[in-house]
Design a binder for this molecule. Structure first.
Ligand code: EPU
Length: 427
């Protein structure tokens, strides 16, 4: 199994181009099920997860072809409505085919994703939403089976907690439902808005984009379309945080700074200089009169649904806080088990205590952070180990990096090009 080796302690300098967002690409790919035809999606990142979703579409009878970052998908003749366990177990977002299959085929059978490294992650909100639109769902032999009884009919669907993929799934189940569907307490993540834009281009009637109340008036037909995946805000944020951990100056291009309001605010509060353009961020660490990097200050964060601090950046932010002046309180409110990176960061010398959903991080001097072997446990935890490894003195080795390949396109190459001593080696 491959590993990542990092020789830490080198500032990042140069320019990194952000790829398309994994969490926007997945629902947009699933949306190609909705209407038969040929779709062209641009800026699709080539990741393990997007390849899994394309494989799933192929299992359902679609064909596809990639040309650079564009993917053409033909869903004219779908032959199946089942997402098998082997695919779902590698990527829970496979459940995103449930909504569009209900619309297109009137039925769907999708393996129930189990718990994962960051929490139990049930899909009860998705299923309740489908039922409120007139589908019947049941669980059999580890599979969720959903079937439209008579027809999908508009209704009010209320989410107890805003769910990103739940909102996307219910949206895709409602676009052709008879009458009006209102989704209340909907997720407002930019990835949801990216899907709303694609559905609108297909002919759907949706009001309330970017708000927590989406109103869908069912239409009788939809057409295949062309759509562009938004830039990955989590990838952009990870690189901005990495500069804080290593020093230097990085221009992060082809991103959307307006999607990272709280992170930018927090990095500035920590002492970083962040300049934003329409599609770029320049992140740098201040230096003193002798040209030495100044230490950053600890700041507190609480993860929240968008536009709050994203849970998908919590682990990386913690990897920065371990070497800041003072104490940082990190409160995780979205997932119950998203501190798997803590034990690994402690191996570098980080001083972190966990109290329930709160991590108390006591910053240590940068030169007291020493490289150690670490093991990746989930996607964002892996990114946090890379950030920490870039900062620590000595050679860090990270194993189980297949997690990283699920969500960061060419991370090793991108970081190498801006001065990091990082390479992937056979394990
Ligand atoms: N929840 C339920 N029942 C449900 C759905 C959600 O209790 O039916 C709970 C979850 O357990 C969680 C909260 O509601 O406590 C919010 O979860 P959400 O449904 O929003 O998460 P998700 O849609 O499964 C997406 C991203 C995650 C990201 C979260 C939160 C995709 C494909 N995944 O997951 O991304 O962390 O939203 O922003 O969009 C990642 O990229 O590393 C990742 C985990």
């Amino acid at each position: 199994m491959d590993k990542i080796q990092i020789n830490g302690g080198r500032p990042l300098q140069g320019s990194i181009k952000v790829s398309g967002a994994k969490n926007a690409a997945l629902p947009l790919l699933a949306a190609t099920i909705l209407a038969p035809g040929t779709y062209t999606l641009h800026n699709v990142p080539d990741l393990r997860d997007t390849r899994t979703m394309l494989m799933l579409l192929q299992t359902l009878g679609a064909s596809w072809e990639r040309s650079g970052s564009s993917v053409q998908i033909n869903t004219a003749d779908l032959t199946g409505a089942e997402a098998p366990y082997d695919l779902v177990k590698t990527m829970r977002a496979s459940v995103l085919v449930l909504g569009p299959l209900l619309t297109r085929a009137g039925c769907a059978r999708v393996s129930l994703p189990g718990g994962c490294a960051i929490g139990a992650r049930p899909i009860n909100f998705h299923l309740r939403g489908f039922e409120q639109l007139g589908a019947v769902t049941r669980l059999e032999s580890g599979y969720v089976e959903a079937r439209v009884q008579d027809e999908l009919t508009g209704n009010t669907v209320y989410f107890d907690i805003p769910s990103v993929t739940g909102t996307e799934n219910v949206l895709m189940a409602s676009v052709k439902a008879t009458g009006v569907t209102t989704i209340r307490n909907a997720a407002k993540e930019p990835e949801v808005s990216n899907l709303v834009d694609m559905l609108t281009a297909m002919g759907a009637k949706i009001e309330g984009r970017n708000t927590d109340c989406l109103t869908v008036t069912g239409v009788t037909s939809l057409q295949a379309t062309e759509a562009t995946i938004i830039p990955d805000r989590i990838e952009a944020g990870t690189y901005a945080i990495a500069v804080g951990a290593t020093g230097g100056e990085l221009e992060i291009t082809q991103c959307d700074p307006s999607h990272l309001p709280v992170l930018i605010e927090k990095l500035r509060a920590a002492g970083m200089e962040i300049a934003t353009g329409k599609k770029s961020i320049i992140a740098s660490c201040p230096v003193n009169s002798r040209g030495e990097r100044c230490s950053l200050q600890a700041v507190n964060i609480t993860t929240m649904p968008y536009p709050g601090f994203p849970t998908d950046l919590q682990a990386q932010f913690m990897a920065l806080m371990i070497q800041c002046n003072g104490t940082s309180i990190i409160h995780e409110t979205i997932f119950e088990n998203r501190f798997m990176h803590v034990a690994e960061l402690q191996r570098l010398g980080a001083k972190i205590n966990i109290d329930g959903a709160t991590a108390i991080v006591n910053g240590i001097a940068r030169n007291n952070l020493f490289a150690a072997p670490m093991m990746a446990t989930d996607l964002r935890a892996s990114a946090s180990l890379v950030v920490a490894g870039l900062a620590a003195s000595g050679t860090t080795e990270i194993t189980r990096i297949y997690h990283l390949e699920r969500g960061y396109e060419n991370m090793v190459e991108k970081l190498s090009q801006v001065g990091a001593k990082i390479k992937q080696v056979a394990g």
